[in-house]
Structures are given as C-alpha cells and as structure tokens.
Ligand binder design. Structure first.
Ligand code: ADP
Length: 421
C-alpha cells in the first residue's frame, strides 16, 4: 500500500478512486472507516469514503483521525484528504479543522489546498476557485442546500476554518514547474505558513504540483490533485505495472434511479429523462414529514414499472428547497429525503433490484449506508469522475453508479444504462 486517501463524501471518494486507477494504481474504495485487519487485497491505493462533509466539525475530525490511523496501520506513505472540487464547506468546516488535525497527527509542517479539477471545469487562479466560467460564489453552488458557497477566495475560505496561517502559490510559479513550486514551499515554510492554496488551471499544472509534493505526507484537494501522484511511485519503481482492468460485470437484475441532489446538473438530467419518457415519481420532504408520503408508496410504484428504468427524485428548484428548509430546518429536510431514499433502496433490493443509479453525494452516502455496502470495485467511467462500481464482499452484489450532484452531462442517465448493456 502506497497511497491512502480520506474522502469526506462517497461520490468524491469514487471520483478519486477512479482517478488513481486511471493513472495506474490498483485501487480499492472502502465505505466508512474499516475495522482493524480489513483485507485490501493487493491494493496500491486505498480510498476511505467517510460521510463527514456536513457533520459537526469535532465528529469529522475524530472520524478522519481514525481513518488516518487505519491507513497508517497498513503502511500508507502519503495521505490525501479529499474534499469537493467546489470546496463544499461552511465557516465551521469541515475542511479546515480536518486538515489541521491530520497535519498535527502526521507531525507535518506544510500541506496544500488544491480543489482544482480542470476536466470538470474547476480551476484555481490567484487563489480564486472557478466553476466553468463563473467564480464559485456566482456558480449554482451559491444555492447548495447544505453548503452554500458565497465566497470564491480559497485563502479566505480556508483561513475562516483554521487557526493555521494560510498562504498562496500562484499560477506563474506553478507553470515554472516542480522545482519552482518546491522553492515556493520552502519559502512558505520559512515564513511559518502551514497551509498553501495553490493555483492550477490544467492537468499539466496538477502534474507539476504532483511532482513537487512527492515528499509531502499530507496533500489536500479535489480528485484532480491525485493525477500527478502515481507517477512519483512509478519513478521510484514501486508501482507494479498495471494488470489491466478485470471486466466489469454488473449483477443481473432490475434497475432503479434515485436522485436527492438538487444541483443544476442533476435537475437538467432529470428534465432530460422526463423528456425521454422515463417514468418518474417525485417526493418532497414536506409530504414525508406530514406522513402523506411513505416509502411504501414509492416502492410499490417502482415495483410495477416494466420496460424502463424508473426514477424516484426529490430534486427541486432552489426556491422550493428554501421553502422546505424554512419549514423543517435544513438538516431535517435533508435527513427526511435521505432516509426515505435509503429505505426505498433496501426494499427494492429485497425485491430483486440489483442496479442502482444514485444522484447526490449525501444521497449516495445514505443509500450505500442503508444497503450496507462496505467496499467497491471501480468499473467503467460513465462521465468524467463517475464510474459504475460493484459492491465487494456481499452475498448479494449490486451495481452502483454514485453521482456527485454537479457531475455528468444531460444524458448521463441514459448513457449510464447503455454502458451496462
Ligand atoms: P449534491 O451532490 O448535489 O450536493 P447531495 O445529495 O449531496 O447532492 O445534497 C443534497 C441535499 O439536499 C441532501 O441532503 C438531500 O436530502 C437534500 N434535499 C433533496 N431534495 C430536497 C428538497 N426537495 N428539499 C430540501 N432538501 C432536499
């Protein structure tokens, strides 16, 4: 085991695992903190998927430190703390507190903050995070139900979440290559900076940064930051040449789509699915709370659909989400939906459904938790950052496509099902 990663949500973990496997590392993804002695097979990289993005900061820190301990027990030499490429967090955290705790526990002096993911339009310039052509604070992330992002300055965002001094390495340094980046690290260290936001607008930038952090024990960022890391191990001839992927065979059985993401991309995908004639069942937290909508109704509905993959969704426009949150509270509204979709998933599995497409990071965490899935084999990529996966170590394996809200093109759903045929 060379590389260990701690991801703050499930879809982000999958995205990272996919990046590492694409770059030539045998990668296993585990859901949650595994027990001591867990068998990772011959994995060169292990990604632990926590659900720590929006829980209280102290709990996120405790969970992340436990994950770190497990990864150290199996020999991880470098640790990635992976969060969302849109830096999903609040002033309380959890990116700052977790980074600070991991740094202290590793006895390290410096780490980087680099959520850039150019393939998906996330770039960092002069410390400001862009989503496509827009600054983060003007992007649809400003309306996120749990972590609305209203500032684009990563230095400011990070500094609000940590007592460690935060600095910046700008693109002009990054484009001068790994040596220039290392020099910037040395300068920052001498100045007492502990956390460095680092610009990146292309995969080449990420590869330069990757080469420059070869001796850094802790790296923080989005899945993009992993692009340049396997090469360091390959250079040291520690990476076994890739064996080639085993064929991905999805278990036979019925299929369902569950969407709890209210992100713009997911809403577009739902619209496209409706236009393509997909049978849909809309749920909303107010009806669940009032007891006028129960999982049994959705289960019964899905069970009688034939000849198409049904879609159950709670996704709604920002003003509808805000209205529900005003009545129920943000967390309660989210929990009602997540619990509902988790119950639907387990009941449908018992009825012979084996293929699940889930939209939403938190939502995916809830569904996977309800299904009791603990480890995933990474399969073919549907759209950038989202693979099909198969549960490992289960008596009744299921195929899972776990999509982070903002990922995927409008035809993501139909593309996903075509891949399994
Ligand atoms: P994304 O990946 O797009 O961020 P998540 O699943 O991580 O999606 O987060 C969406 C959150 O919004 C979840 O907690 C979900 O339960 C909640 N949610 C979904 N639909 C609604 C709704 N109609 N009203 C309020 N909250 C909702």
């Amino acid at each position: 085991m060379l590389l260990g990663a701690i991801a703050d949500d499930l879809t982000g973990a999958t995205d990272l695992a996919l990046t590492l496997s694409r770059e030539g590392m045998r990668t296993v993804q585990v859901v949650g903190v595994p027990p001591v002695g867990f068998d990772y097979g011959d994995a060169e990289a292990v990604v632990l998927a926590l659900k720590s993005r929006t829980i209280p900061a102290a709990e996120a820190v405790a969970m992340s430190l436990q994950a770190l301990e497990r990864l150290q027990q199996v020999g991880a030499r470098q640790i990635i703390f992976k969060y969302c490429s849109t830096f999903d967090s609040t002033p309380e955290g959890n990116i700052g507190p977790v980074t600070q705790a991991l740094l202290a526990s590793l006895g390290e002096e410096l780490t980087i903050v680099c959520p850039a993911f150019p393939t998906n339009g996330r770039t960092i310039y002069r410390g400001h995070l862009f989503v496509g052509d827009m600054p983060l604070s003007e992007s649809p992330m400003k309306d996120h139900p749990l972590t609305p992002m209203t500032d684009s300055s990563l230095v400011r965002l990070m500094q609000a979440q940590t007592t460690l001094p935060v600095g910046l390495v700008t693109l002009d340094t990054v484009t001068r290559g790994p040596q220039a980046i290392r020099e910037a690290f040395a300068k920052a260290k001498a100045a007492g900076t502990k956390v460095l936001v680092i610009d990146a607008i292309s995969d080449d930038d990420l590869r330069s940064i990757g080469a420059a952090v070869d001796d850094m024990k802790l790296i923080t960022g989005g899945s993009g930051i992993a692009i340049g890391l396997p090469e360091n191990f390959r250079k040291q001839q520690e990476l076994t040449p890739r064996q080639g992927h085993a064929d991905f065979d999805a278990p036979a059985g019925r299929a369902i789509m569950l969407a709890g993401s209210c992100s713009k991309a997911t809403r577009g995908q739902i619209q496209a699915a409706i236009e393509a004639g997909t049978p849909t069942f809309k749920i909303d937290p107010l009806a669940i709370n009032a007891g006028t909508l129960t999982p049994a109704q959705a289960i019964e509905w899905a069970d009688q659909i034939t000849g198409a993959v049904p879609l159950i969704y709670s996704s709604a426009d920002p003003e509808i989400v805000r209205a529900a949150q005003a009545k129920l509270g943000r967390d309660r509204a989210g929990e009602l939906v997540e619990h509902f979709l988790g119950s639907v998933a387990t009941a449908l599995r018992d009825k012979g459904f084996t293929r699940f497409l889930v939209a939403g990071g938190e939502t995916s965490g809830a569904v996977v938790g309800a299904l009791g899935v603990s480890a995933l084999f990474i399969g073919p990529e549907i759209d950038p950052g989202v693979p099909w996966t198969r549960s490992l170590g289960d008596a009744k394996p299921v195929a899972l496509a776990l999509k982070s809200g903002n990922f995927g093109a409008d035809d993501f759903f139909s593309k996903a099902w075509r891949l399994l045929k």
